[in-house]
Design a protein around this ligand. Structure first.
Ligand code: G3P
Length: 494
């Protein structure tokens, strides 16, 4: 499929005026209301997308319900064929998609390519796993007092019309992680991409469209969260919402959404706990990888490292040395850049800078970095940070890792559990038994032992507690979340 399949997404102006996808056609803005996509690399306007109107949203959702009823009757094997073709075309267009992703969000080239390839692999996996997500049957006499006269046939049926809202930091991968399970399980999707990442999401939409997703089943609405976010999440025609984004937006959306199923991944602000750091090199390397990938703009990034002085005094120098050796800040298009390109906006970078300054004024010590140049924040390491400082109290989406010294492991566990976040945590120890024991004491979704926190591999369950999310993602779990149970009880024959 040649790259010119994307020609109908926009006009030939510079910068291009993009169109939104109403389910069966690419549509320009009705009222001339467009929003710029500004590259974090050089602040060029890569394109403008329409801000759709509420009337256009209403119409698209109504049509999506009709399309969903037809799609639910298409054999799952045929749904899988459409999505596997989309996976193949994502691979075929990987260079174009990677180049656009780098420009749109400033993701370093190697990580951008990984996101695209991972998305195709994820899509394939969804189509195979979906064949094994089914219901069950239950006999009535399994419960005391009931005879054998009834049997419950419990089917899994689609939720209906799913609203999928994806984040700027994975605008392709965390869109596929929503669209794929929703479509495979017979749903329609109203897809709302982020501002930075919207163009990549529109290209992804066209690939799904051309691969054979039927009319009106997948609608990609563009507009800022501040323009259409509340209207979408509160829309009575939406049957389920899957969202990745900040805890603040997630909490607000959950309040507006009301009584419908939610599958939310929100902020992480993840801790690493170093205990008897016997393998200093592995511990330090995992902390560096966990802290700086995509300039720390990841929900699973390590944000603070807890430990006794005896442990942190050994690990910190190696973290500094490995950061200087392995992490290279620069233009994300440059293959020499490692992990740290620009933050998504200059205001985001200023917010991170302000927190670094505030932490230093409150007594923290800048051991490495700390400076901002435009959208760029140097890879930064702070020591003697305390949990009352904003840099660690609130998720800081930047390349900053803070060292927090504790007097005991119990204190560290208590500090992690007091956090308003609960996505992941990492424990670095040579005593894996102790690691497993302490993992059981942590109020977080997932605990990694002697590894950096991460979402992948994508068939693992992925979830957050507290302000970090609702529901469980991960391939099998997302497929199940896109369905509800439909028990039908019959009298057993004879
Ligand atoms: O921030 C999004 C979250 O899903 C991180 O994913 O794969 O970088 O751990 P990953």
């Amino acid at each position: 499929m040649p790259d010119d399949i994307f020609a109908e997404l926009h006009d030939n102006q510079t910068p291009p005026l993009y169109r939104w996808f109403n389910g069966h056609a690419w549509v320009e803005s009705k009222n001339g209301h467009y929003k710029d996509v500004v590259s974090p690399i050089d602040h060029t306007v890569l394109g403008k997308f329409p801000v759709v109107t509420t009337a256009e949203i209403d119409d698209a959702i109504a049509r999506a319900h009709g399309a969903q009823r037809l799609w639910a009757r298409v054999e799952i094997t045929k749904r899988g064929k459409v999505l596997r073709l989309a996976a193949d075309w994502i691979r075929e267009h990987e260079p174009l998609l990677t180049t656009l992703l780098i420009k749109e969000i400033g993701k370093p080239a190697d990580e951008a390519k990984d996101e695209i390839v991972r998305s195709a692999d994820m899509l394939d996996y969804y189509t195979h796993e979906a064949l094994h997500v089914g219901g069950e049957q239950l006999p009535s006499d399994a419960f005391p007092g009931y005879d054998q006269s009834k049997i419950s046939i419990i089917e899994r049926v689609p939720q209906g019309v799913v609203l999928a809202i994806s984040p700027f930091n994975y605008p392709v991968n965390l869109s596929v992680s929503k669209l794929a399970p929703a479509l495979m399980m017979g749903n329609a999707v109203i897809f709302k991409p982020p501002t930075n990442g919207a163009l990549s999401a529109l290209y992804l939409t066209q690939i799904f469209r051309k691969a054979g997703v039927p009319d009106d089943l997948l609608v990609t609405v563009t507009g800022g969260g501040e323009d259409i976010g509340d209207y979408l999440v509160g829309h009575p025609g939406i049957n389920m919402i899957t969202f990745t984004g900040s805890s603040q937006v997630g909490k607000s959306a959950a309040k507006i959404a009301g009584m419908i199923p939610l599958l939310f991944e929100c902020g992480g602000n993840n801790a690493a706990l170093v205990i008897n750091g016997c393998d200093i090199e592995t511990t330090a390397l995992e902390i560096v990888k966990g802290a700086y990938s995509f300039a720390g703009q990841r929900c699973t990034a390590i944000k603070y490292v807890l430990g006794l002085d005896s442990d942190l005094d050994k690990v910190l120098p190696r973290v500094v040395a490995l950061t200087q050796e392995k992490i290279k800040m620069g233009d994300p298009r440059d293959p020499g850049t490692k992990s740290v390109g620009p933050l998504i906006t200059e205001s985001a970078a200023k917010e991170v800078e302000a927190r670094i300054v505030a932490a230093q004024q409150a007594g923290a010590k800048i051991v490495l970095g700390g400076k901002r140049q435009g959208n760029y924040i140097e890879p930064t390491i702070l020591d003697h940070v305390t949990m009352d400082m904003e840099i660690v109290r609130i998720e800081t989406f930047g390349p900053v890792v803070s060292f927090v010294r504790v007097k005991s492991i119990e204190e560290a566990i208590d500090l992690i559990n007091r956090s308003t976040y609960g996505l992941q945590a990492a424990i670095y120890t040579c005593d894996e038994g102790l690691g497993i024991k302490l993992a059981g004491e942590l109020d977080v979704g997932t605990v990694w032992i002697n590894n950096k926190p991460q979402r992948g591999p994508d068939h693992f369950p992925f979830l957050g507690t507290k302000g970090s999310g609702v529901g469980v993602q991960g391939i099998k779990y997302s497929l199940e979340a896109m369905t509800r149970l439909k028990p039908i009880i019959i009298n057993k024959p004879g």
